[in-house]
Design a binder for this molecule. Structure first.
Ligand SMILES: Nc1nc2c(ncn2[C@@H]2O[C@H](COP(=O)(O)OP(=O)(O)OP(=O)(O)O)[C@@H](O)[C@H]2O)c(=O)[nH]1
Ligand SMILES: [Mg+2]
Length: 340
C-alpha cells in the first residue's frame, strides 16, 4: 500500500467525522457570519486548535467576499486555505534537523520519550524493524525499569524486529542502564541505538529531572548523544499533546514528534496545530498496533488526510507529486537515514 493511502486509511475516522460535521453546519447555505461561527466551532472540536481554526475561518471570510461559497464548495475552499497555512509553516520547519547519521562517528542514539501509554515501546519495535531492514546494526536499550513487565514487553519487540537488546533490572537506575547500554553499543559496533524510557507525566518535576539525568549520563559515554530525541504523543488525546510537547522541549529538548493511534480516533485534526504551531516536525505517525503500522509523515499530506472529500476523489496533481516525493524519501532513506 502506498504511503498516501496508508495515511488516509489511518485517518479515516477523523476525516469522516470532520467532513460530516462541516457538511452539517454548512449545508447549502451561503457562507455568512453565522455559518462561519459554527464552522469555527466544528474545527475547534475536531482538535484543529483555536489559532488555526480562527485563521482558517478568517481566510474563508475574506474569500467569501470574492466568491460565492456554499455546500461542497466550502470544503474545497477550506482544503485550499489549509494547504496555504501548512505551506507557510513548512518553511520555518526547515531549520529543525536532528544530527545527520552520516556525520556521527559511532552509534547514532535516539531517545524515545513521552507520557504514560502513548505508544513508546510499540513504536520502538516498529522503528527497530525499519532500521534492521535498512541494514543498520541496531540495539534497543530497555531503560524503563519502573513498570513491571516493561522490559519483557520491549524484549518481545526486539525479538520481532530481530535486533539486540540491553536490559536493566526492575527498579534499577535508568541512567545506569543507559550508561551500560551505550558502552555495549560502542564495543559491539552498533549503528543505531533506540532508548526506551519509562512513561512520565510532563507535569512531574522529579520525573522530568530523571530524564535529564539520563541525558547527562549518556553524554559521558557518547559526548554528542542523544543525536535525536523523539516525543511520542497519543493521537487520541487531542490538544493535550501540545502542552506535553512544550514541557518535554523545555526539559530535554526534542527534535521530532511521533503521533500514534491515529487509526482509532476522530481527533487526528490535532496534527494540524502540531504542525503549524509547535514548530517541531511530526516525523512518523502510528496507524495500528502491528509492527508495520508506522508511516513516514509529510506535512503536505495532512490536508487531504484530514479534509479529503471522499475515498474515490481523484488526487490532484500537486498531491500526487507530494506523495511521490514522500515515498522516494522513505524508500531511499535519504531524509530518514539521518533521522530514522
Ligand atoms: N491502535 C493503535 N494502538 C497503538 C498504536 N501505538 C501503540 N498502540 C497501543 O497503545 C498501547 C500502549 O502502547 P505502549 O507501546 O506500551 O506505550 P508506552 O508509551 O510504551 O507505555 P508506557 O511505557 O507504559 O508509558 C498498547 O496497547 C499498544 O498496542 C497505534 O499506532 N495504533
Ligand atoms: Mg513503554
Amino acid at each position: 500500500m502506498n504511503l498516501f493511502k496508508k495515511i488516509r486509511e489511518g485517518l479515516s475516522k477523523t476525516r469522516q467525522s470532520l467532513i460530516g460535521n462541516i457538511r452539517e453546519v454548512v449545508g447549502e447555505a451561503k457562507l455568512d457570519d453565522e455559518v462561519l461561527e459554527n464552522l469555527e466551532e466544528v474545527l475547534i472540536s475536531a482538535d484543529l486548535g483555536i489559532a488555526t481554526s480562527s485563521d482558517l475561518c478568517e481566510r474563508m471570510r475574506t474569500r467569501s467576499t470574492r466568491e460565492a461559497l456554499s455546500g461542497d464548495g466550502v470544503l474545497k475552499a477550506l482544503r485550499e486555505e489549509l494547504a496555504v497555512l501548512i505551506d507557510e509553516t513548512k518553511l520555518s520547519h526547515e531549520a529543525w534537523k536532528p544530527k545527520d547519521a552520516s556525520e556521527v562517528d559511532g552509534p547514532y542514539v535516539t531517545f524515545i520519550v513521552g507520557v504514560n501509554g502513548t505508544g513508546k515501546t510499540t513504536t520502538i519495535g516498529k522503528l527497530a524493524l525499519r532500521y534492521a531492514q535498512a541494514g543498520h546494526k541496531t540495539l534497543i536499550i530497555a531503560a524503563d525499569t519502573f513498570r513491571s513487565a516493561a522490559v519483557e514487553q520491549v524484549a518481545i519487540w526486539a525479538e520481532r524486529a530481530n535486533v539486540d537488546i540491553v536490559r536493566g533490572e526492575m527498579g534499577a537506575d535508568p541512567a545506569s542502564v543507559v550508561y551500560d547500554g551505550l558502552q555495549a553499543a560502542k564495543s559491539r559496533g552498533i549503528e543505531r541505538v533506540l532508548v526506551d524510557t519509562a512513561g512520565r507525566l510532563h507535569t512531574k518535576v522529579n520525573l522530568m529531572a530523571e530524564l535529564e539525568k539520563i541525558d547527562r549520563v549518556a553524554k559521558k559515554v557518547i559526548p554528542d548523544a542523544p543525536h535525536d530525541v523523539m516525543l511520542v504523543l497519543d493521537g487520541t488525546t487531542g490538544q493535550n499533546g501540545l502542552a506535553q510537547a512544550e514541557k518535554f522541549r523545555e526539559s530535554i529538548g526534542i527534535s521530532a514528534l511521533i503521533v500514534t493511534k491515529l487509526d482509532g480516533t476522530a481527533k487526528g485534526g490535532m496534527l494540524v496545530p502540531i504542525v503549524r504551531e509547535l514548530n517541531i516536525p511530526v516525523r512518523w505517525i502510528g496507524v495500528g498496533e502491528g509492527i508495520n503500522d508506522l508511516v513516514a509523515f509529510k506535512p503536505e499530506l495532512i490536508v487531504d488526510a484530514v479534509f479529503g472529500s471522499d475515498e474515490t476523489e481523484m488526487l490532484q496533481d500537486s498531491m500526487l507529486e507530494a506523495v511521490k516525493r514522500a515515498e522516494e524519501a522513505t524508500t531511499e532513506w535519504s531524509d530518514f537515514d539521518a533521522i530514522p
